[in-house]
Write a protein that binds this ligand. Structure first.
Ligand code: NAP
Length: 283
């Protein structure tokens, strides 16, 4: 079974749109997401455009602020401070990656925790690891939602996550652990990776290498979640970290690229923006 993130996110966004339509009467306005785009990297421009389109579908206000790639770190931090202080802004997202002269950790830390719709702020990350209330990072949240919607039992299962980045691998591993899976995190130094991945009932792949996971690395009946977004070196088309054609016949469920985790990430961003808005309104 192919888990379509595109279909699931369309359904969830339609439900959110109904909810958001009730907000003007209740709260006097709709949630407001502000996205800051530094430079004009084509992948970043496309992600930011996707976020604006999703906002339109859900009915939330979206402002995209564009700044040139040579903006100074101080200027960018100043912009974030202004957005933090702006009561009409509910969510702030700075599109990553940033140019090399700007410290990403400093920028992430500068965003008010209450407006951190990406869930990357150190206080949100700490809260996640301490099982405290927090804003969940969008991609990991979307992955758990897809597994649950597909009816995949997580509790008691062996999950292997390939990748240990702060934005995908580690938080996915933590959320799977919270769902009572037994979790192994693999990475570039893992010895004999196929023998590790073949143990997985649930395999989450977040590496960034086209079609890295081959059929021999996957056990029969595994649930396979492909987070990777790559360009096929030959065709230039989008592809995942998993060799979809080879792995799909073995997997019980699998996510495609494109149309899998990507749309769910944006969907969860919409959810997080609504969550931040409601928290503020109900305070
Ligand atoms: P990242 O920060 O570059 O991390 C990559 C991870 O993969 C690292 O932990 C690295 O191990 C591991 N790795 C690299 N080569 C490996 C190998 N040969 N064997 C085993 N592990 C290996 O990347 P990321 O930000 O997590 O993103 C991963 C992928 O997901 C990218 O394609 C990215 O574009 C995509 N992504 C998609 C979404 C979405 O919404 N669909 C969101 C975020 C990211 P070490 O730690 O040992 O270096």
């Amino acid at each position: 079974m192919i888990i379509s993130g595109k279909e699931l996110s369309a359904k969830l966004k339609a439900e959110m749109a109904e909810q958001v339509a009730t907000f003007p009467a209740k709260y006097g306005r709709v949630p407001h997401l502000t996205v800051v785009l530094v430079g004009d990297d084509p992948a970043s421009v496309s992600y930011v455009t996707g976020k604006a389109k999703a906002s339109e579908v859900v009915g939330i206000r979206n402002t995209t602020i564009r700044r040139p790639a040579d903006i100074s770190e101080e200027e960018l931090l100043g912009l974030i401070r202004d957005l933090n202080a702006d009561d009409t802004v509910d969510g702030i997202l700075v599109q990553l990656p940033l140019p090399g002269h700007i410290s990403e950790p400093k920028v992430i830390e500068a965003i008010s925790r209450d407006k951190d719709v990406d869930g990357f702020h150190p206080l949100n990350v700490a809260a996640l690891w301490q099982k405290q209330p927090c804003i969940l990072p969008c991609t990991p949240k979307g992955i758990i939602r897809m597994l649950k919607t597909a009816g995949v039992e997580i509790r008691g299962k062996r999950a292997v996550v390939i990748g240990r980045s702060n934005i995908v691998g580690l938080p996915v591993a933590k959320l799977l652990l919270d769902e009572n899976a037994t979790v192994t995190v693999a990475h570039s130094k893992t010895a004999d990776l196929p023998s590790v991945t073949r143990q997985a009932d649930i395999l989450v792949v977040a590496i960034g290498r086209p079609r890295f996971v081959t059929a021999d690395m996957v056990s029969e009946g595994a649930a396979v979640i492909d987070v990777g977004v790559n360009r096929d070196p030959v065709t230039g088309k989008l592809c995942g970290d998993v060799d979809f054609a080879a792995v799909e016949p073995k997997a019980s469920v699998i996510t495609p690229v494109p149309g899998g985790v990507g749309p769910m990430t944006i969907c969860c961003l919409m959810e997080n923006t609504i969550e931040c808005f409601l928290k503020k309104m109900e305070r």
